[in-house]
Design a protein around this ligand. Structure first.
Ligand code: BGC
Length: 371
């Protein structure tokens, strides 16, 4: 990795979180992929790639202070371009699905790429995850910070408006990784940007799945889907169903319960939960505890919803950083976002962005260890 970036006075400060900029690798077409690493003195560090703003590595200490990488991902940059799982990536312009890839704004209909059955998913074939972002600035301190930017041309992926996007990553000495997405546009458009990390708190290199992780979701309702994973429009109470994580349950406890039609459709959990409390405010969305290591992840989010995806489509066709073959349930995603297909549902949170407005989506991944 490259040089140590110190604070603006040119000195390292006690308690300050380090920041380094370096080179990660080269794509098949010869383009270089830079990276940024933020590391605190508590054993936590994150490596972010300019490609897709991918969180390629996330080291987190367990209850004995031993750090392990807790996100799935690849060893080389090219694999992120070739494979469809969105490991650790920034997804956009519209994360999640839009039915038939169609939406209209001010009476004009737009057709996006169809890349997931009959629907549009995660911004299409060349979404925000597949492009190289500009590393705008990197600074050590408390928190340390990396700012990445990307300009999406008018019409890119079928979306109207030239969009300026900023992704800011911060790491402090309390083991909190913050991510904030901001976007502006020059024409009315739609937007929904999130991070698509797959977590395994036991450690990516351990041969265990995530079914033993204990999950709490601060959500009393979710949005059921049709058989192509598009919300039906219903906001269904989780109470009394296998979707109820308002009290902790292991991810695996009820995941094979085929009596629930929604679990059958998703081949597990692949659903948008409506986070309790007020959207726009950073509030608890989820807590996950891995009993063996003691690692705990708390997710705070400002978004109205969180997609809980239990890695159902991992099918042993990709090999990870530690040479592990990823299979169903080897990682889980918690993706703070507006609801899927919101542009086609006036009763869902608004995904529209007008010129002069700034879209903001903020999340905090707070790590700790239970005794
Ligand atoms: C979706 C899954 C999809 C996955 C792709 C998730 O956000 O909800 O249905 O298969 O992304 O990696």
């Amino acid at each position: 990795m490259g040089v140590l970036v110190v604070n603006s006075l040119g000195a390292s400060v006690a308690g300050a979180v380090e920041a380094r900029r370096g080179e990660f690798g080269t794509l098949a077409d010869g383009r270089k992929v830079e990276s940024v690493e933020l590391a605190n003195a508590k054993g936590m560090s994150v490596r972010i790639l300019a490609l897709g703003g991918v969180i390629q590595q996330l080291q987190v200490p367990d209850r004995h202070g031993k750090s392990a990488d807790v996100v799935l991902g690849y060893a080389t940059a090219q694999q992120y371009v070739d494979q469809p799982q969105y490991f650790g990536a920034t997804v956009g312009r519209y994360a999640n699905r839009i039915a038939a890839g169609k939406f209209s704004l001010d009476g004009k209909q737009y057709q996006l790429e169809i890349n997931d059955g009959p629907n549009h998913l995660h911004g299409g074939k060349r979404g925000f995850d597949k492009v190289i972002w500009k590393i705008e600035s990197v600074s050590a301190g408390s928190p340390a910070r990396a700012v990445l930017t990307y300009t999406s041309a008018d019409g890119e992926g079928g979306y109207p408006g030239k969009m300026q996007v900023t992704a800011t990553y911060t790491l402090n000495d309390k083991n909190e990784l913050g991510i904030e997405y901001r976007a502006t546009t020059d024409k009315p458009t739609i937007v929904n940007i999130t991070n698509h990390s797959y977590f395994n708190l036991a450690g990516e290199a351990t041969p265990t799945d995530v079914f033993g992780h204990r999950l709490t979701l601060f959500a009393s309702k979710y949005t059921p889907v049709n058989d192509t994973l598009i919300p039906t429009g219903e906001r269904r109470a989780v109470a009394g169903t296998v979707f109820d994580f308002t009290k902790p349950h292991t991810i695996g406890e009820r995941i094979r319960d085929g009596r629930d039609e929604q679990l059958r459709i998703g081949r597990g959990y692949d659903h948008n939960y409506i986070v309790d409390g007020e959207a726009g405010q950073l509030r608890p969305a989820a807590r996950v505890e891995e009993p063996q290591s003691g690692r705990v992840l708390e997710l705070l989010a400002s978004a109205p919803g969180v997609q809980f995806y239990s890695g159902n489509f991992l099918d042993a066709t990709s090999t990870g950083k530690s040479k592990r073959v990823y299979r169903q349930g080897d990682g889980f995603c918690l993706e703070p976002q507006v609801f899927p297909d919101s542009p086609n549902r006036s009763d869902f949170p608004n995904a529209r962005l007008n010129p002069g407005q700034t879209y903001v989506n903020t999340l905090v991944l707070r790590f700790s260890a239970a005794p």
